[in-house]
Ligand binder design. Structure first.
Ligand SMILES: Cc1cc2nc3c(=O)[nH]c(=O)nc-3n(C[C@H](O)[C@H](O)[C@H](O)COP(=O)(O)OP(=O)(O)OC[C@H]3O[C@@H](n4cnc5c(N)ncnc54)[C@H](O)[C@@H]3O)c2cc1C
Length: 411
């Protein structure tokens, strides 16, 4: 394959295999959009690799963790979503042979002409002692199932405890990290736990939810108006929010804060941060903040123009804001779109397109029927924001299930 610089389109003859590693928001989007774009180039070989044969609707995990949605409902089978020309291989990606352009997997090496890395994130424990061992995380449908099971077990244990104080402690879920994930999880649990408490022989006011955040505010980076609205709903739901509360260690007794206080509970969940998967750290690829892979403005790895990165794994600086874009599905989908366009451009000999992020706004559910939203600088809170969140999830599901690579705005 002829590797030219970005301003000179490649003379790719279309026969080099394109391999997409990861069928999450970014990777699946690349697969769907690319097959639509390559309709007239049937010789290009497209392979999608993932450890699961389903796509996970991660943005819906707080609902699974709060018991309002079944885990299987957020595992969307890939079969039927992909067009027939995409070869799907279910296997674990273990590493890369950059020199020979081979993806190293559980089913053997897979050669790429162009590789798309879209392997997502994993929880970041920031090396806080005990955190990885003593907390549950929330990144997969199975994680979410475990959180809900642990919350119910905690209610059972609380019901068997002799005194109200002990009951209260055991029936408390402590969530570390006051970002959108922590807020959504705390809201769901605060709304659902009192409902199920009765079935465990507990008073509805016995369960508790605490949200522990190291920074001065929850939903950092959002407008003060949005934050105030979220705090109001959380407080209405009985969530105890602690800010400026840095967790120094997770012990058998609970979260030990830097100021020496102990936050006790029956279940501890860590939603305080994400980092790149381990295998990328040992790959020889250039990495930046949180181990994410550094890319050029076309989303190709620096010094490796045969590899694109999209989604959480890409370290993309937003030139307007001057900081790295956050790990969001919205960002992953937009990056996936640019990667699909650029792969198509390489095949058809067109110039590459630089990535620009177009922020569509920010919506966070807080409990089962309310939420907060910031669209075009306008902050709203209440039922409308929750309806908006439902609509976004519904629209996403429709797009991946039914488009099958059809591109309504093909250029
Ligand atoms: C609880 C929660 C709620 C969220 N809610 C929102 C929200 O409301 N809005 C929003 O914009 N963002 C939200 N996000 C962030 C959003 O989910 C991520 O930004 C998005 O999933 C990133 O997409 P991705 O394609 O990079 O990674 P992922 O969607 O995580 O996909 C990565 C894929 O790679 C596969 N994979 C990883 N490693 C390997 C390997 N070694 N071998 C084989 N396969 C592998 C995985 O199975 C997975 O399919 C939320 C995140 C969490 C954790």
């Amino acid at each position: 394959m002829d590797m030219r610089n970005a301003d000179n389109p490649s003379t790719d003859d279309g026969s080099s295999p394109i391999v997409i590693a990861g069928a999450g928001y970014a990777g699946l989007h690349v697969a769907l959009r690319l097959t639509a774009r390559l309709r007239n180039n049937p010789t290009v070989d497209v392979t999608l690799v993932d450890r699961h044969d389903y796509h996970q609707a991660i943005t819906e995990l707080p609902r699974v963790a709060g018991g309002t949605r079944a885990a299987d409902a957020v595992r969307l089978p890939l079969q039927g979503m992909l067009s027939e020309r995409v070869r799907f291989i279910q296997t674990e990606v273990n590493g890369f042979d950059l020199a020979r352009r081979h993806l190293l997997t559980g089913t053997g090496p897979i050669r790429w002409g162009r590789l798309v890395l879209a392997l997502g994130s994993r929880p970041n424990d920031f090396a806080i002692p005990g955190l990885a061992q003593r907390t549950l995380s929330l990144y997969t449908a199975s994680d979410a199932e475990l959180v809900w099971a642990a919350a119910r077990d905690a209610l059972t244990a609380a019901a068997a405890a002799p005194d109200p104080e002990q009951q209260r402690r055991l029936a408390t879920v402590v969530v570390g990290g006051g970002g959108a994930t922590g807020v959504e999880l705390a809201g769901e649990l605060a709304e659902m736990l009192p409902e199920v408490a009765g079935a465990h022989g507990l008073a509805p006011d016995r369960p508790g939810v605490q949200l522990v955040e190291a920074g001065p505010t929850i939903l950092a980076g959002s407008s003060q108006q949005l934050i105030d609205k979220a705090i109001r709903i959380l407080s209405d739901l009985g969530v105890q929010v602690r800010t400026n509360a840095t967790i120094a260690a997770a012990t058998e007794d609970g979260f030990r804060l830097q100021d020496g206080q102990l936050v006790e509970g029956g279940v501890f969940v860590w939603a305080g941060g994400l980092k790149a998967p381990e295998l990328v750290a040992d790959s020889g690829l250039p990495t930046g903040h949180n181990g994410r892979v550094k890319v050029d403005r076309y989303l190709r790895v620096l010094d490796h123009p045969d590899i694109y990165v999209a989604g959480d794994l890409a370290s993309v600086v937003d030139p307007r804001a001057g900081h790295v874009l956050p790990p969001l599905a919205q960002v992953a989908l937009e990056e996936g779109e640019t990667v699909a366009r650029n792969l198509d451009a390489e095949v058809t000999g067109q110039p590459l397109e630089a990535f620009t992020f177009r922020d569509k706004g920010f919506v966070v559910s807080v409990g089962t029927s309310r939420g907060v939203a910031d669209i075009a600088g306008l902050a709203t809170g209440g039922r409308l924001a929750h309806v908006l969140k439902d609509a976004i999830e519904w629209e996403y599901r429709q797009s991946v299930k039914h488009l099958r690579g059809w591109d309504p705005v093909a250029r």
